[in-house]
Design a protein around this ligand. Structure first.
Ligand code: HEC
Ligand code: HEC
Length: 297
C-alpha cells in the first residue's frame, strides 16, 4: 500500500459549528490543542466533553447510529484510511465489499467497531485503535451502515458455474473451496464475502492486472541453466520458497542459484480469452456465492 500523507484535519462540517474532525493519527498533541482551542465556543466544548464521556470504552451500542453528519464525517476518514483497500465507495477491492450488509465479523455495530479497532489477525486488515479515538471508529461504523445496498447479483447461473469451476474451467486444480481443490492459488471459500463482483471479474479475465498479495510468480534459474517457476511462498534477501504447478514446494538459497526473480504476474490463465461471456458470468455467479462461515468471536 502506498503511504498516504496524514492530513491534520479531515473534515470541515460547517463554518459556524464545531468544524473540524481533528485527525488523531496525525499528531495527538495537536488534537488536544484543537480540543481546547479558544476559538471553539464554550457551549461546544461542553457538548464535546459530554460526548467524550459517552464514547467511553464500555460503549457497545453506537452512540452515532443513523446520524447523517457522523456518516459524512466517517466517509472523509474512510477515503483516506480505508479506500485504498475497500474502494472509494466501500464496494471492495483488496478488502471486502462493505456495502452488502452482511459481515464476516458479525452483524452488530459492536462487531464492526471491534474489527476496525483490532483488525483481523493474519489478514491485511489492520487495527486502528491506536490511531483513532473511539468516536472516529463509531463514525466509520455509521458510515459503513449508510452505504448498505442491495448487492448487484451476478447474472449467471451458479450451478452451471460450479460445474465449470470443477470441470472445463479447471479452477479447482489451483483453488480450494471448502477444503476441496488445489493449493497453488488463494482459497476461494470466502471469496464472495471478501471480494466485490468487479474485483472477481477482473481477477478471472486478466489475472495479472492485480495480483493477490503473496501470490506473485517466482522464477529461479539454477546454475546449470534449468528453470523452476512457481507461486511465491516465501522470499527474502537470502532465499526463496515457491510452489510449482504440481504443488511441490521448492526452497533455494540465492548463493546456490544463478538468479531468483519475482514478477507481479499470475500463473493463472487469462480466462477472458477461453471462456464465453455466458460461461464467465456463470462461474462468477458461483464464486460470488462462496461466503464461507461467519467467524465466531
Ligand atoms: C491494507 C488493506 C486494508 C485497509 C487499509 C483496511 N482494510 Fe478493512 N479489511 C481488509 C481485509 C483484507 C479484510 C478482510 C479480513 C478477513 O479476511 O476477514 C478487511 C475487513 C474489514 C471489515 C470486516 C468485514 C467483514 O465482513 O467482517 C471491516 C468492517 C473493515 N475491514 C473496515 C475497514 C475500515 C473502516 C478501514 C479504515 C479505517 C479499513 N477496513 C482499512 C483490508 C483492509
Ligand atoms: C494454474 C492455476 C490456476 C487456475 C487454473 C486458476 N487460478 Fe485463479 N488464481 C491462481 C493464482 C496463483 C492466483 C493468485 C495470483 C493472482 O492474483 O492472479 C489466482 C487468483 C484468483 C482470484 C483472485 C483471488 C483473490 O482473492 O484475490 C480469483 C477470484 C480466481 N483466481 C478465480 C479463478 C477461477 C474462477 C478460475 C477458473 C475459471 C481460476 N481462478 C483458475 C491460480 C489459478
Amino acid at each position: 500500500m502506498k503511504a498516504v500523507k496524514v492530513p491534520e484535519v479531515l473534515v470541515r462540517i460547517d463554518a459556524h459549528r464545531l468544524q473540524f474532525i481533528a485527525n488523531p493519527a496525525s499528531n495527538s498533541r495537536r488534537y488536544a490543542r484543537l480540543w481546547y482551542s479558544p476559538t471553539v465556543k464554550s457551549s461546544w466544548l461542553v457538548a464535546w466533553t459530554a460526548a467524550g464521556i459517552c464514547f467511553g470504552q464500555a460503549v457497545k451500542t453506537n452512540p452515532l447510529a443513523g446520524d447523517a453528519r457522523a456518516a459524512e464525517a466517517g466517509r472523509g476518514v474512510f477515503r483516506v484510511y480505508c479506500a485504498p483497500c475497500h474502494g472509494i465507495k466501500a464496494e471492495g477491492a483488496r478488502g471486502p465489499d462493505l456495502t452488502l450488509g452482511v459481515f464476516n465479523a458479525g452483524s452488530g455495530d459492536a462487531d464492526l467497531f471491534a474489527v476496525i479497532a483490532h483488525g483481523v489477525p493474519g489478514t491485511e486488515m489492520p487495527g486502528f485503535a491506536a490511531r483513532f479515538a473511539d468516536e472516529h471508529m463509531w463514525r466509520l461504523v455509521t458510515y459503513i451502515r449508510s452505504v448498505k445496498k442491495e448487492s448487484p447479483a451476478a447474472t449467471g447461473d451458479a450451478s452451471a458455474g460450479e460445474k465449470l469451476f470443477w470441470g472445463k474451467g479447471a479452477c479447482g486444480q489451483c483453488h480450494m473451496v471448502n477444503a476441496k481443490g488445489g493449493r497453488l492459488g488463494p482459497d476461494l471459500s470466502r471469496a464472495g464475502r471478501q471480494r466485490s463482483l468487479a474485483y472477481l471479474r477482473a481477477s478471472v479475465v486478466t489475472p495479472g492486472a492485480e495480483i493477490t498479495p503473496g501470490f506473485a510468480t517466482i522464477t529461479v534459474v539454477r546454475k546449470d541453466g534449468t528453470k523452476v517457476i512457481g507461486v511465491q511462498r516465501g522470499l527474502d534477501n537470502f532465499s526463496a520458497q515457491l510452489m510449482d504447478m504440481k504443488e511441490n514446494i521448492h526452497s533455494f538459497w540465492r548463493s546456490d542459484v544463478k538468479s531468483i526473480d519475482r514478477e507481479f504476474k499470475s500463473v493463472m490463465p487469462e480466462y477472458g480469452k477461453t471462456l464465453s461471456a455466458t460461461e464467465l458470468n456463470d462461474v462468477l455467479a458461483y464464486v460470488t456465492k462462496l461466503k464461507g462461515e461467519e467467524k465466531k468471536r
